[in-house]
Design a protein around this ligand. Structure first.
Ligand code: GLT
Ligand code: MN
Ligand code: MN
Length: 390
């Protein structure tokens, strides 16, 4: 299977996107070298067009080498824009690599050396210029190196302050340049650092209100990263959504208790992926559905297409399953049953009067306990739908 077909054919309105680094992943790992040849960015764009993706995202250095001259940079950008146009692919999101170059060995925005912190800001501003030129409106910040192996190196609250200063600075730059970016902060508990500051989406949700322009900043939760921390990914996404902060999302998959696997979306925990897709579709999330994953190391270039097609196909299958779940008569009846009370008005909004009446209310706990909560049946109906027998 190298292309999707029929009812699971991706469409631009699905807003499926991939990072240049995802299809471009060459299968290198800490123990072994690349197994696939380097795919030039413009070829990746062509593949994305072929498999029916809508968007391509990039780090500055996925496209422009870190020490490129400005003439070289301009030529690369011109040709990349043309490739995007030729293949009908847009650039919804841009980001910056503050993790690859050895200069960031102690972090970027949180490094102890002020010169490194300044370089990290300069590099990010240039990455913002690049993204804006390509039409991106979302700017992701993933602080992979913002962490420690030993807490002897700095106080952790100092790191938080440095991170805040950096994001505040970049928000001002965004305003001055009129770029109209929304920043999406991406958490991860560890890897490549032993511990990364801002380990979960929840930590970022606590950090954002302390910024000077909180309205400009949201989160980019990634399935694998929250699962590495043992969390229910959909719950974090729901909290971000409810706070108006779900600016972007990184879809992939992950087995428990492992390094960051970045597996094809839905390939390890299809049930968790189902609840996630159902949530995104139910609430009407209309941002990009970005797959931050890569093909197995065993694959060649054809396999990379299978991988990309598979991510989108699984999303669309789960979307169809979610619609089936929502329309299922028995499920609807159970949902109605489990949300019914006995008509008590005890839960009225707070007022002195309502609180007085709640204080005086007497609850019939035996009667409440008689009410059935048929979650076993509800879950089995879900499993039946997922396994294709309902
Ligand atoms: C890197 C990381 C991802 C981030 C990317 C954005 S780069 O591949 O593993 O989770 O989203 O910087
Ligand atoms: Mn990611
Ligand atoms: Mn990851």
């Amino acid at each position: 299977m190298s292309t999707n077909n029929g009812r699971f054919q991706p469409k631009p309105e699905d807003k499926f996107s991939f990072g240049l680094w995802t299809l471009g992943n060459r299968g290198r790992d800490p123990f072994g070298d690349a197994v696939r040849p380097t795919l030039p960015p413009n070829d990746i764009v062509a593949i994305l067009g072929e498999v029916g993706a809508w968007g391509v995202n990039l780090h500055d250095n996925d496209l422009v080498p870190i020490d490129a001259s400005s003439a070289e940079r301009d030529r690369i950008v011109r040709e990349f824009k043309q490739a995007c146009k030729d293949h009908g692919v847009v650039v919804p999101m841009a980001t910056v690599s503050l993790f690859f170059h050895p200069v960031f060995r102690d972090g970027g925005f949180t490094a102890n050396d002020p010169e490194v912190r300044a370089y990290a800001l300069q590099k990010t501003m240039r990455a913002m210029d690049l993204g804006a030129e390509l039409g991106a409106k979302i700017f992701v910040l993933w602080g992979g190196r913002e962490g420690v192996e030993t807490d002897a190196c700095r106080r952790a609250d100092e790191a938080v302050k440095r991170l805040r200063d950096a994001v505040n600075y970049l928000c001002e730059y965004n305003i001055t340049c009129g770029y109209g970016y929304k920043f999406a902060l991406e958490a991860k508990p560890n890897e490549p650092r032993a511990d990364i500051y801002m380990p979960t989406t929840g930590h970022y949700l606590g950090f954002i209100p302390t910024l000077e322009h909180p309205e400009m900043v949201g989160v980019n939760p990634e399935v694998a990263h929250e699962q590495m921390a043992g969390l229910n990914f959909m719950h974090g996404v729901a909290q971000a959504w409810e706070a108006g902060k779900l600016f972007h999302i990184d879809l992939n998959d992950q087995m428990p208790g492992r390094y960051d696997q970045d597996l094809r979306f839905g390939s390890a925990n299809p049930k968790a992926a189902f609840w996630l897709v159902k949530f995104l579709e139910d609430v009407g999330y209309d941002g990009p559905r970005h797959f931050d994953a890569h093909a197995y190391r065993t694959e060649d270039c054809c396999g990379v297409k299978d991988f990309a097609s598979g991510c989108m196909r699984t999303y669309l299958i789960l979307k169809e399953k979610a619609a089936r779940w929502n329309g299922d008569r028995e499920i609807r009846a159970i949902l109605k049953e489990i949300s019914q009370g006995n008509g008590t008005s005890a839960l009225a909004k707070y007022s002195k009067k309502n609180a007085a009446s709640l204080s005086a209310h007497s609850f019939d706990k035996e009667a409440i306990l008689k009410k059935r909560l048929p979650y076993e049946r509800l879950d089995q109906l879900t499993v039946d739908i997922l396994l294709g027998v309902r």
